[in-house]
Design a protein around this ligand. Structure first.
Ligand SMILES: Cc1cc2nc3c(=O)[nH]c(=O)nc-3n(C[C@H](O)[C@H](O)[C@H](O)COP(=O)(O)OP(=O)(O)OC[C@H]3O[C@@H](n4cnc5c(N)ncnc54)[C@H](O)[C@@H]3O)c2cc1C
Length: 358
């Protein structure tokens, strides 16, 4: 069987790219099996265009945010699902210096585009907020798990979908054949598992484990904002909230840990002034890169394989824009045309080669 594209990995990256390629009238096959610690199924899915620490727009968010919202809405319609919600963020100030910084930026820079209002101290009785807070209205959340599941159902009806682990020992990279599947374009979207990929394991992915917990706050049925102060508290449904996340480059074990839970509870105790119970804990590993930029492009030597990875901590925000660009590159341009992303990939490959030679 010959396909225009074969995608390995149906996390956020593979799902977005598959939708784009199908819409470009390409035939695709997808190979995916749930492998422990994948990032997308557990991610909080916040689409936040503002850096909470520095009160500035996050990198390229003026491009990424509108594209993300319009793209998820289009896909919702296409596959008849609903997974995107607008959710303002309440940035709770930990001290007056942070508050003053936010107020100065609101008055002197274009941050009034993102910030809709400030709240006085102790406005919310269930929060410790003696220094007040600000509301970022331009922010949303995607239920990534639902997005993946409903897309998977769509792909199963409209493409070839193999639920299995891609076995590199059965892959002929020169002939571009995997078992009985052929394609001139194998696109690897394996998240942090790219470290097991013999053709791309030199990419500078620095896996970053994140833990989240679902809590129940019996006194708050549904607060309509995401709360942010050190961690996020994201409203889910009746009395349930998602709390996260931790960041850990050293412990890459599967599954949540007692330390992760303790760290989240510790941060919660700074914010919440009411009781709660822990319902469940989960963890996943983000495919992060030190310079926080994605890794998208063709293999420098093997022209029939490519990678879409490195979505890092903001995959939901930047994924749709990057996928759109990459699918256009893959479907409309000559593969010999070097673009900036490919040059970036090649530079890491060359760097690795010179390390081997020295
Ligand atoms: C705790 C946590 C919270 C997060 N919160 C947010 C957030 O609020 N907002 C945000 O934008 N981002 C968030 N992220 C980051 C976001 O999850 C990632 O940027 C994004 O999900 C990465 O998607 P991916 O498709 O590259 O990788 P993954 O989601 O890891 O997907 C890779 C897929 O490939 C499959 N796979 C791998 N190897 C093989 C193989 N050999 N054969 C077959 N299948 C294979 C895996 O099973 C998986 O299905 C969070 C991440 C974590 C861990």
């Amino acid at each position: 069987m010959k396909f225009d594209f074969i995608i390995i990995g149906q996390g956020l990256a593979g799902t977005l790219l598959a939708h784009d390629l199908i819409e470009a009238n390409k035939t695709i096959a997808i190979i995916d099996v749930h492998i422990t610690s994948a990032a997308s199924p557990v991610a909080a899915g916040l689409i936040n265009p503002v850096s909470m620490k520095r009160c500035i727009p996050s990198y390229n968010s003026y491009l990424y945010y509108p594209r993300a919202i319009s793209r998820y809405r289009q896909i919702e319609k296409k596959i008849d699902s609903s997974f995107l919600k607008e959710k303002p963020i309440l940035r709770v100030f930990s001290n007056d210096k942070v508050k003053n910084d936010w107020q100065t930026k609101y008055s002197n820079t274009n941050m009034d585009y993102y910030i809709s209002r400030f709240y006085s101290k102790n406005k919310f009785s269930f929060l410790n907020n003696p220094h007040g807070s600000a509301e970022i209205h331009l922010s949303s959340q995607i239920d990534i798990n639902k997005f993946l599941q409903s897309s998977r159902n769509f792909f199963k009806k409209n493409t070839v979908f193999l639920e299995e682990r891609f076995d590199f020992s059965l892959f002929d990279v020169d002939q571009a054949i995997y078992k009985k599947l052929r394609s001139d374009n194998f696109i690897f979207c394996e998240g942090f598992r790219v470290k097991d990929n013999p053709y791309f394991n030199w990419l500078p992915i620095k896996p970053n484990k994140g833990e989240l917990m679902t809590i129940r706050i019996p006194t708050i049925k549904c607060f309509d904002k995401v709360i942010s102060q050190g961690v996020y508290i994201v409203p889910l449904d009746n009395y349930n909230y998602l709390v996260g996340s931790t960041y850990n480059h050293k412990d890459l074990t599967d599954g949540p840990t007692a330390q992760g839970k303790a760290s989240l509870k510790d941060k919660l105790s700074d914010i919440l002034s009411v009781g709660y119970e822990v319902v469940s804990c989960v963890s996943g590993i983000r495919p992060t890169v030190k310079d926080r930029k994605p890794l998208v492009g063709l293999h420098p030597i093997h022209s029939k394989i490519a990678v879409f990875n490195g979505l890092g901590t903001r995959g939901a925000l930047q994924g749709p824009y990057l996928s759109d660009n990459f699918s256009k590159f893959l479907t409309t341009q000559s593969k010999n045309t070097q673009n900036a992303e490919n040059q970036r990939i090649t530079s890491f490959f060359d760097g690795k080669k010179s390390q081997f030679n020295s």
